[in-house]
Design a protein around this ligand. Structure first.
Ligand code: OAD
Ligand code: ZN
Length: 341
């Protein structure tokens, strides 16, 4: 019964009857393994949980218990020097890139042309091995390039680094915008991989990313010259392990953090979402998002700015007198990006 409930909580299978074996078996095993431990260590494969089942679903939480006063929030940022930032697709919507789960506009609500058995199949490794076309068509459109620019949210996180306040920035995003604002390599962990390199999903041999891009742009399906396996950019798909750095660094960074800032994520995908619960119980946590997600609101020092991210960041920067610095940084960087264009 418990296993049945757990399986029903797995959104990858939710539109399917997993018990009738439509979802890949490997996914089932990974899902159960992931569910046994939602911490950061020991759960290295990417899985998704329905927040309705999650122990930490934010819906219905009492908002009056969460600090939402921007003066107090700005004070916390000002007094912190070891901030861990975690972010998701909501950070990039202001740059024109859709997130995954927002109703109507999110990627998962716009995949009907691909006839997928369930939306997340597009990013599932076993599905990709048999049918790379849906992902390749999506990747053709979203391959990072010069189409999209970083927005205020990205520059705000970079400003935390420049001010010596950022311990590390953990991102789920693969759109490359974080790289464009120039984080130091040691300052950023791209937990769901990147489009910067590519490899064969079977023999793992690396493949020139420019060649991959060229083939995708011509609607060709690139395959491995050695084993004929499909080629994909080194993004972390459901069923694949996150990079080693994530497991080596996230837990310890959170333990020593004096503030955790969580921006633009539904906190539905693990183990990344586990970062939000990794700081000590009394460490302040700030959520900047449209809606209350994860376990925010359950801890004594939780705070939240609910609403549009750029608007929330404007109000924080106003209080900290950071608006001019942020604007200057953005203008200078955009000039540089124009030169490289
Ligand atoms: P989601 O689409 O699940 O969540 C984005 C969150 O950002 C939602 O809570 C939105 O309400 C919020 N949001 C969007 N735009 C916003 C705005 N302008 N202001 C405030 N809030 C905003 O995206 P992720 O949490 O990043 O993995 O998704 C996690 C992972 O699931 C992704 O890395 C991806 C996906 O499947 C893979 O594909 C492997
Ligand atoms: Zn190969």
């Amino acid at each position: 019964m418990l296993i049945k409930r757990l399986l029903q909580s797995c959104s990858t299978c939710a539109n399917n009857d997993i018990l009738s074996n439509l979802a890949p078996k490997s996914h089932l095993i990974q899902f159960l393994a992931g569910n046994a431990n939602r911490g950061l260590v020991g759960n290295n494969v990417l899985v998704r949980f329905n927040s309705s089942f999650s122990f930490s679903g934010g819906a219905g939480r009492d908002l009056s218990k969460i600090e939402r006063d921007v003066d107090k929030i700005a004070e916390r940022i000002s007094g912190s020097s070891n901030i861990v930032v975690m972010a998701g697709a909501g950070l990039s919507t202001a740059s024109g890139i859709p997130d995954f789960r927002s109703p109507n506009t999110g990627i998962y609500d716009n995949l009907s042309k691909f006839n997928l058995p369930y939306p997340e199949a597009i990013f599932e490794i076993e599905y990709f091995k048999n049918n790379p076309k849906p992902f390749n068509t999506w990747a053709k459109e979203f391959f990072p390039g010069v189409n999209y620019l970083p927005n205020k949210g990205h520059y705000f996180i970079k400003l935390l680094e420049n001010e010596g306040k950022l311990t590390k920035y953990y991102t789920q995003n693969v759109d490359g915008l974080d790289r464009l604002v120039g984080f130091k390599d040691e300052g950023i962990v791209e937990a769901h991989g990147t489009f910067n390199t590519a490899s064969c999903v079977e023999c793992k041999k690396s493949y020139p990313v420019e060649e991959l891009k060229e083939k995708l742009l011509q609607d060709k399906t690139p395959t491995c010259p050695d084993c004929k396996g499909n080629i994909k950019p080194d993004l972390v798909f459901f069923g694949e392990a996150l990079p080693k750095r994530f497991f080596d660094e996230a837990e310890i960074d959170c333990l020593f953090a004096d503030l955790l800032i969580c921006i633009g994520t539904s906190l539905e995908v693990y183990p990344f979402a586990g970062i939000a619960d990794a700081p000590r119980h009394d460490t302040p946590r700030l959520l900047i998002n449209y809606d209350l997600v994860g376990s925010f609101g359950a801890r004594p020092a939780d705070c939240a700015l609910l609403g549009d991210i750029e608007h929330s960041i404007d109000s924080i920067c106003n209080k900290l007198n950071w608006n001019d610095k942020l604007k200057q940084m953005q203008t200078q960087n955009e000039e540089k990006l124009k030169i490289y264009k």
